[in-house]
Design a protein around this ligand. Sequence first.
Ligand SMILES: O=C(O)CCC(=O)C(=O)O
Ligand SMILES: [Fe+2]
Length: 209
Amino acid sequence: MMFDFFENNPLELEKNALILYPNFFDKTRSDKYFIDLLGSVDWQQHYLTLYGQKIPFPRLMCWMGQQGASYSFSGNTFQPLGWDSTVLSIKKELEEVLNTEFNSVLLNLYRNGQDSMSWHADDEPELGAEPIIASVSLGADRTFAWKPKYGGSSKKVTLPHGSLLVMKAHFQSQFLHALPKAKHVTHHRINLTYRFIRPKGSTTAFFIK
Ligand SMILES: O=C(O)CCC(=O)C(=O)O
Ligand SMILES: [Fe+2]
């Protein structure tokens, strides 16, 4: 077993809802994954259409996973690309440690601090009522922010190179989260959010992120 719970004390940022493993992958492995993924993933620019205007998402993305696991948000429906070998081996490791199953992953490439993700919850119907989302960070440190959906102040935490953030069942129903712009960041950050898409989920949600 490669993962040692005693060396990797998780931080419970929200009780039973948001857990951070700051050093899930050691530096050697994190560096290798970052370089591999930067080169091997088909990073795509997607657009959202708002009042007839095509607006580029402020990041590059790639939807990957099992055939049929299509995913819709912000007016796009994504059909998954097949598994990349690095993405697949990370998936297997997460499944073992978290004792759950994922069949797809959204990969995000934040080219620098101008790239971001706005406030949202990953609560599309195809994710089911209580999704577990496992979010791996590689590359530049970035701040992750979250706040209660129904009032209350926001909190934030830094997601370091090689960290794992686990969003559990209630997180998506109770909170919004975001990856704000970061003025001084000049380096790339890669983020992988592993999900389980229900096979016959409807694809009618229109969310803007
Ligand atoms: O980049 C991140 O850490 C957040 C990504 C995210 O929230 C998402 O892909 O839904
Ligand atoms: Fe999200």
